[in-house]
Design a protein around this ligand. Structure first.
Ligand code: HEC
Length: 192
């Protein structure tokens, strides 16, 4: 019995030491962060937008030697209305498949056909949006960020973005608004 008690006490001591040991390195970055100059929100937004990968769907692509490359002239312009799509083979839908256009800016599935939106700084993009609209689009999946509008359809992964912190969403919005305006009215989503 005594031996068991000692073992338990010994373990408690080890856990206590381990806890202190694990905590101390974590303290340093927190202190460093608190003393660092606050990050420019536009720079933070650029970092987030670039790493989360909004370009994948919202920037048109050009075919290069290594495969599709971002069309930086039209960055964040969404599906370009000047790029017509070919005939859609809807027979694949009943076989359990969905389709993506070659620039990954247009998708077809059981939800119909959707075109990636213009999220550049232009008035045909997010240029005239309020922060409230952006939050509603990203958190509640509302088209144009309006309370009464239709839900945003796949493949826009807004449910993931809904979990971003307020300050991160705000930073992303400020960055997107500051991007080169791409004048492009994206075709409307529709049922097939
Ligand atoms: C996998 C593809 C995909 C990715 C990645 C993606 N989006 Fe989208 N997004 C879409 C599509 C498609 C639509 C249009 C959906 C519709 O019309 O219902 C859309 C719509 C939007 C809208 C609503 C625009 C409007 O006019 O209502 C906003 C805002 C938006 N996306 C922002 C972003 C941001 C910011 C990112 C990166 C953090 C991002 N999206 C990443 C596909 C994507």
């Amino acid at each position: 019995m005594k031996k068991i008690f000692l073992t338990a006490a010994g373990m408690a001591a080890i856990i206590a030491i381990a806890t202190v040991a694990c905590q101390s390195p974590a303290v340093e970055p927190a202190v460093a962060e608190a003393t660092a100059a606050p990050e420019d929100p536009v720079k933070r937004g650029e970092y987030l937008v670039n790493t989360i990968g909004c370009d994948d769907c919202h920037t048109p692509k050009k075919m290069g030697p290594q495969g599709p490359e971002l069309d930086l002239e039209n960055r964040f312009g969404g599906h370009l209305s000047t790029h017509p799509i070919g005939p859609i083979d809807t027979s694949v839908l009943s076989k359990g498949w969905a389709l993506f256009g070659p620039e990954l800016t247009v998708a077809v599935g059981p939800w119909g056909i959707t075109y990636a939106a213009n999220i550049s700084g232009d008035s045909t993009g997010l240029g005239n949006w309020t922060e409230e609209q952006f939050f509603r689009a990203m958190r509640e999946g509302k088209y144009k960020g309006l309370a009464t509008s239709r839900p945003l359809l796949p493949p826009m992964p807004w449910r993931n973005f809904a979990k971003l912190k307020d300050e991160d969403l705000r930073a992303m919005f400020l960055y997107l608004k500051s991007t080169k305006p791409v004048n492009n009215v994206v075709p409307a989503a529709r049922q097939l």
